[in-house]
Design a protein around this ligand. Structure first.
Ligand SMILES: NC(=O)c1ccc[n+]([C@@H]2O[C@H](COP(=O)([O-])OP(=O)(O)OC[C@H]3O[C@@H](n4cnc5c(N)ncnc54)[C@H](O)[C@@H]3O)[C@@H](O)[C@H]2O)c1
Length: 256
């Protein structure tokens, strides 16, 4: 049986944890070949060993930092050397509000650039290096993981919010630039999803209850909920969808 991403070659960043790890697994299940990258070497190596048992050589894991241009040159070279082409890029790696205090007046200029570099500039670097191969291939699909924060903001996390807004706007510009090459660029805007990034909220009952109250479905999302949205946008099922934002938030952003 053929998968929804059969024989497509995908680069997924932030693949050692949370949503990226789930996307890697489901992409492999759907028949893709995956280049899984993350800055956390030990966790990535562990995930690689687990998945390799089932998916063997369809997985290539590369420890790397998305903010390093040299790292992107290496990722793209290894991807093309091993699999011959690149069809999909998932710009998923990110740092969240648990990473460090990230409020407006207590953040430093260094904090600001850390968020902007990891959550937005890295999307530019990924595209810059992957797109030439997608052009050669005659098509491609890029999915940028932004956040519902880019629409609503998160109190106490202004630099994070700004970085996700930059990513969301960059997606739009890139969609306009790349459409003529049959390369589609779309955003996914997750709401509250249970991953290690969210632990400061999910491990605190009071904070968790407050979050759930704002979600019409009455529960937080799981990595699969986002991963299947990404699969859809990456697949040919979404062939006329370009420059869109797919909100995955249980209805949190709906206003009555
Ligand atoms: N969890 C949520 O509620 C939520 C909501 C909205 C958006 N998001 C976004 O979803 C994406 C995935 O986050 P998650 O929830 O799975 O969190 P997570 O912390 O489980 O995963 C993020 C991964 O990114 C990796 N990473 C961080 N900096 C990196 C770098 N410089 N280079 C390479 N890898 C790096 C981390 O090592 C980690 O494995 C992020 O972009 C995040 O901002 C998450």
């Amino acid at each position: 049986m053929s998968g929804r991403l059969q024989d497509k070659v995908a680069i997924i960043t932030g693949a050692a944890s949370g949503q990226g790890a789930m996307e890697t697994k489901i992409f492999l299940q759907e028949g893709a070949k995956v280049i899984a990258t993350d800055i956390q070497n030990d966790l990535l190596t562990k995930k690689d060993a687990e998945l390799r048992k089932e998916f063997g050589d369809n997985l290539l894991s590369i420890t790397s930092d998305v903010t390093s241009e040299d790292a992107w040159v290496n990722i793209v070279k290894q991807a093309v050397d091993k699999f011959g082409k690149i069809d999909i890029l998932v710009n998923n790696a990110g740092i969240g509000t648990t990473d460090k205090t990230s409020g407006l007046t207590d953040s430093t200029v260094e904090d600001w650039y850390r968020y902007m570099n990891t959550n937005a500039m890295a999307h530019f670097l990924g595209m810059k290096h992957v797109v030439p191969y997608m052009k050669k291939n005659g098509q491609g699909a890029i999915i940028d993981i932004s956040s519902l924060a880019s629409v609503q903001g998160i109190a106490g996390a202004s630099p994070y919010t700004a970085s996700k807004g930059a990513s969301r706007a960059f997606t739009k510009g890139a969609a306009r630039d790349l459409g003529k090459y049959h390369i589609r660029v779309n955003s996914v805007l997750p709401g509250w999803i249970v991953t290690p990034m969210m632990q400061q909220f999910t491990l605190n009952k009071e904070k968790l209850d407050a979050l759930i109250k704002g979600i019409p479905l009455g529960y937080l999302g799981n990595p699969e909920d986002v991963a299947y949205a990404v699969v859809f946008l990456a697949s040919d099922e979404a062939r006329f969808i370009n420059g869109a934002e797919l909100v995955v938030d249980g209805g949190q952003s709906v206003r009555g």
